[in-house]
Design a protein around this ligand. Structure first.
Ligand code: HEC
Length: 155
């Protein structure tokens, strides 16, 4: 019995070592400043601070990779979140979205945050600093409404 446990422990360590060789590619795609959210809509400093702190890691091409991005399997989850996050909403390529999509994304940003779905709860386990207060949620939502209005005007 003791021997079996030892073998299992060795196998677990071996698997852990081997998966370290399967690291995702964490190179950020280049950012074209002319395509960013900031190039399309006015983003006040307090809103930008919220986006930087709580959303940018998964919704821009300017992800800052945490220490656990160097360790598998946590890096795989991270890779998934970033790919899916950018797929749904990438503030770095905002201007490539049709006006209708921009409007929808703005209102979704407010809804997701209000509902507590964003930032992803698992992100907050480690990035506790990314949690938004009620006041910050209101700031973000108010801005999505004015931003939305602007897209309608310029269309
Ligand atoms: C840890 C990564 C991560 C962070 C941080 C994060 N998101 Fe997301 N976001 C995702 C993923 C993954 C998806 C796609 C899957 C889903 O909807 O759950 C997503 C989807 C979305 C969507 C599209 C939802 C839909 O139903 O179409 C919006 C809007 C969004 N996020 C806004 C935000 C905002 C605003 C913030 C910051 C307050 C934020 N997210 C922070 C990972 C993240």
């Amino acid at each position: 019995m003791k021997k079996a446990l030892k073998i299992i422990a060795i196998l677990i360590v071996l698997v852990f070592v081997v998966i370290q060789f399967f690291r995702p590619d964490f190179t950020n795609p280049p950012v074209n400043q002319a395509e960013t959210l900031q190039a399309a809509v006015e983003v006040p400093e307090n809103v930008q601070a919220i986006l930087n702190r709580s959303c940018s890691d998964c919704h821009t091409n300017e992800t800052k990779y945490p220490w656990y991005s160097k360790i598998q399997p946590s890096a795989w989850f991270l890779d998934d979140h970033i790919k899916m996050g950018r797929g749904e909403l990438n503030l770095s390529v905002w201007k490539t979205y049709e006006p209708q999509r921009q409007r929808r994304k703005l209102s979704e940003m407010c809804d997701e945050v209000k509902g507590g779905y964003m930032p992803l709860p698992s992100y907050l386990w480690i990035h506790w600093n990314a949690k938004l207060s009620e006041a910050e949620i209101k700031t973000l939502c108010d801005w999505t409404e004015t931003g939305s209005a602007k897209i309608v005007e310029t269309k």
